[in-house]
Design a protein around this ligand. Structure first.
Ligand code: APR
Length: 320
């Protein structure tokens, strides 16, 4: 069987890390696309030259021409600019909305059958805009946020309990950012829900509340440490897990920004919910019942997603 083709739109910090992980996991051949001349070509060649050492077979190429992504099975989008000092959220939204327009057109023209994973921020609005600009089926365009947010939650819980990260599961809902909803009662250590672990004396409700807040602020914590950029290792690993589930039809249950058609009472927005990713793309949305406090947090999160989409529509009314 021919190797899968994976196009990475944006060859910055996350794009380069994605290419490396995809090579190491032998998920397929990689095409790195960027508007910066030389950068995707240089990163691709450098990574290709690591493959004899690490023993993986993956052809890695770089390009500034959308023609080269032709027939890609998966496209992972990180193109855009990060928020810089002095730039408002709206400034960022306007710039990256323009980027999504060119990326959406490029994918629609050259890789219309791809499974598209958007990482560019502000995520819940950019994935919606990318879907509108590209016109691809909703189940084939998805945003990466929940896998990253739940990975951060799992990391902090494993640190707290002194147990393997592998035995910690975590559940998050809602938009990416400070309104995300980490669901404590659906998060577990080896199947034991966190509230039970409080009863068992492993932790306290106050400590859990601190860990939830640290998870919400997880992106900012890294930005404050790095000072010149945002997180890239964990975001790349998270998107690769989603791509792998699609390419291998694993049907993993992963939290993603997915298009809702009435689930959770939401119509026609992209919001972070648990999904099943298989060969059909987003094959199922997992709808759980929420208690009143969780519902209130979820609604607040959805309101912020709606605000971002309205801001996009003010700039580009034709997207409606
Ligand atoms: N088309 C293609 N690539 C573009 C375009 C465009 N129109 N505009 C910018 N780029 C490229 C830049 O040249 C750069 O190489 O996107 C890349 C972005 O890389 P970085 O600035 O290193 O950003 P990165 O850390 O990879 O994050 C990318 O993901 O998490 C989000 O907030 C983050 O939106 C940001 C995105």
């Amino acid at each position: 069987m021919a190797r899968a083709k994976i196009a990475l739109i944006g060859a910055g910090q996350i794009g380069g890390t994605l290419a490396h992980l995809i090579g190491l996991k032998e998920l397929g051949d990689v095409v790195l696309f960027d508007i910066a001349e030389g950068v995707p070509q240089g990163k691709a060649l450098d990574l290709y030259e690591s493959s004899p050492v690490d023993g993986f077979d993956s052809a890695l190429t770089g390009t500034n021409d959308y023609k080269d992504i032709a027939g890609a099975d998966v496209c992972i989008v990180t193109a855009g600019v990060p928020r810089k000092p002095g730039m408002s959220r709206d400034d960022l939204l306007e710039i990256n909305l323009k980027v999504m327009e060119s990326v959406g057109r490029g994918i629609a023209e050259h890789a219309p059958d791809a499974f598209v994973i958007c990482i560019t921020n502000p995520l819940d609005a950019m994935v919606w805009a990318l879907r509108q600009f590209s016109g691809l089926p909703h189940e084939k365009v998805v945003g990466m946020a929940g896998v990253l947010d739940s990975a951060r939650f799992r990391t902090f819980l494993a640190m707290e309990f002194g147990v393997s990260v592998e035995d910690v599961t975590a559940f998050v809902l809602g938009g990416h950012g400070d309104t995300m909803v980490p669901l404590v009662r659906y998060s577990t250590v080896a199947g034991i829900p966190l509230p039970d672990l409080v009863k068992m004396g492993w932790t306290t409700e106050d400590r859990l509340a601190e860990i939830v807040q640290r998870t919400r602020d997880g992106g900012a914590e890294i930005v404050n440490l790095l000072k010149t950029g945002s997180a890239f290792y964990a975001p790349a690993a998270s998107a690769v897990a989603m791509a792998e589930s699609y390419l291998k039809d694993k049907k993993r249950v992963l939290p993603c920004a997915a298009h809702l058609t009435g689930q959770y009472g939401i119509e026609n927005y992209y919001v972070g919910v648990p999904t099943v990713i298989g060969a059909g793309g987003i094959e199922r949305i997992v709808e759980i019942s929420l208690d009143d406090a969780e519902r209130a947090m979820f609604n607040k999160s959805v309101d912020s997603v709606k605000g971002l989409v309205e801001a996009c529509l003010k700039i580009k009314p034709e997207l409606a």
